[in-house]
Design a protein around this ligand. Structure first.
Ligand SMILES: Cc1cc2nc3c(=O)[nH]c(=O)nc-3n(C[C@H](O)[C@H](O)[C@H](O)COP(=O)(O)OP(=O)(O)OC[C@H]3O[C@@H](n4cnc5c(N)ncnc54)[C@H](O)[C@@H]3O)c2cc1C
Length: 467
């Protein structure tokens, strides 16, 4: 751990007259971990700047502190992103929470980086506007965290991920200068204007986002939700394949394995699903005359792939009921197990059966419970390993399975993260996944911005230490 100079608290105080500095142990504890609650890193101090101007002054004095620092949105990361892996300071952007403009005419919103995703959604609805990226943590995650991890979600199969909706962004660099790439017109073009793409998914290692210009689209007029249960993985996989190439171009194609269904059915959130079944959820949306005509063909497709249990609806409450098991799954993990890891990888869709068997074999052999869901249209797989870090050896077993899984994913042409980012959780696997050239390029990108890795050290690559 790097030791900050003793005077750093007063240095920060100088830069922040209206914001807050948290220093008491009880105030710091919630900042020691992200959504991976079992991995904790002590924090020296938390700074909560009152606004963008104060954040800028803070960044200007941070060099004097000799302390590494980390930017935090809501802290819902599942990859060890917003944690003080090398000690130091956390800057919490909870006060940068203004939706500055919703522009229906030019179809963009200008938001500060600490705006909570669902608050944006609520503000857009009355305008008939839609911002599609929808991570399931929308109740608390911020746009800043979403852009930094290039967050995905249920409806990203059709609509694309966060990066597809960033027209422009504003960030403060380590020298305190404010840069803007793109803007309300999108900044389409080459070189500098398109540098926003470098920043999307940069996991807080290049600069501190302050504002985004977000691309908005019209809200879909009508939505149909379908749920189909399958007796085996082959028929569920066939449904995923056929849905993915269907001309209705579904908005979502989701998958839940029998172990996830069992977890839901054994809980107070039970919805009466058959056991030992694989669940596919899909949605089509668009103009009523178009989507209504596609309901029959989609239901038939789901049956033809081997389901004799297909339900569908265009009514809000019934659609919610069809989604209930899938939406309950994430929240139940923390209720049924003291600790859990939500893994995140993208695999070629045709390898689902092979990877599921790999996961089951490894987890069963180690005596670790696992449930798996997937943004199936995108091949974005989330096996959730349940364990108790107080039981000797369990954490090590889960980490060993994660390591073997990532190696396998890499071998079959997948990627180490579809949406959660690499953080420090998967940093150790990056070198072998990317190879020497890939690693050299990735290590070179932050250098002009974050030369000594003072900002968010030990993330994405373990070698990125603040010295
Ligand atoms: C129940 C649950 C469900 C989830 N479902 C999904 C899902 O469906 N899809 C998905 O993609 N993710 C999901 N996640 C993971 C997580 O919510 C996302 O990664 C989210 O984008 C993180 O946002 P945050 O505001 O919490 O960011 P944080 O966790 O605070 O930070 C994440 C990273 O972003 C950086 N960062 C944050 N703000 C800024 C900023 N202003 N400038 C520069 N860097 C910044 C941090 O340094 C860190 O590296 C889920 C998490 C939970 C707990």
């Amino acid at each position: 751990m790097v030791s900050p100079t003793p005077s750093y608290k007063s240095t920060l105080q100088r830069a922040m007259s209206r914001g807050q500095l948290l220093t008491r142990p009880a105030q710091l504890v919630p900042y020691e971990a992200d959504g991976l609650g079992y991995k904790r890193y002590p924090v020296e101090l938390v700074a909560i700047p009152a606004d963008v101007e104060e954040l800028q002054s803070l960044l200007k004095v941070l060099k004097e502190t000799n302390a590494p620092f980390v930017i935090r949105g809501a802290g819902t990361s599942l990859s060890g992103g917003p944690v003080a892996a090398q000690g130091g300071i956390i800057i919490h952007l909870s006060k940068l929470r203004k939706i500055e403009e919703i522009n229906p005419r030019d179809r963009f919103a200008l938001v500060q980086s600490g705006v909570v995703l669902n608050e944006l959604e609520a503000a857009l609805e009355p305008h008939g506007l839609y911002y599609p990226p929808d991570p399931s943590s929308g109740l608390s995650c911020t746009l800043g965290g979403n852009v930094a991890t290039n967050a995905g979600g249920i409806h990203c199969f059709r609509y694309g991920v966060t990066g597809n909706y960033i027209l422009g962004l504003e960030a403060i660099l380590l020298d305190g200068s404010i840069v803007q790439f793109g803007g309300p017109a999108g900044g389409r073009g080459d070189w500098r204007e398109d540098w926003k793409r470098l920043f999307v998914g940069s996991e807080g290692t290049l600069g501190v986002f302050t504002r985004f210009w977000l691309r908005l689209i019209a809200r879909p007029e009508k939505v149909w939700t379908f749920r189909a249960m399958y007796p085996d993985i082959n028929s569920a996989s066939e449904a995923i394949r056929q849905l993915a190439r269907h001309p209705s171009y579904p908005a979502a194609i989701e998958f839940m394995d029998p172990r996830s269904i069992d977890m839901v059915e054994n809980s107070p959130m039970s919805v009466g699903l058959p056991r030992n079944a694989y669940m596919i959820l899909t949605e089509i949306d668009g103009p009523p005359e178009l989507v209504d005509a596609r309901v029959g063909p989609i239901a038939q497709l789901l049956r033809n792939c081997g389901s004799d249990d297909v339900s569908y609806s265009d009514q809000a409450n019934q659609r919610q009921a069809l989604w209930k098991a899938r939406k309950a799954q994430g929240g139940l993990l923390g209720q049924v197990s003291p600790d859990f890891v939500v893994q995140d990888a993208v695999i070629p869709k045709s390898r689902l059966n092979e990877i599921l068997n790999f996961i089951y074999e490894k987890a069963d052999a180690a005596g670790i419970a696992v449930t798996t869901i997937m943004h199936a249209g995108d091949g974005n797989l989330h096996p959730d390993f349940l364990f108790d870090q107080n039981k000797p050896g369990e954490l090590e077993k889960v980490e060993q399975i994660g390591k073997e899984l990532m190696k396998k994913v890499s071998e079959i042409g997948g990627t180490l993260s579809g949406e959660h980012g690499i953080g420090n959780d998967k940093a150790a696997y990056m070198a072998s996944h990317l190879g020497p050239l890939g690693q050299a390029i990735q290590m070179a990108i932050p250098r002009p911005f974050n030369t000594r890795s003072q900002l968010n050290p030990m993330k994405v690559f373990p070698e990125r230490r603040y010295a």
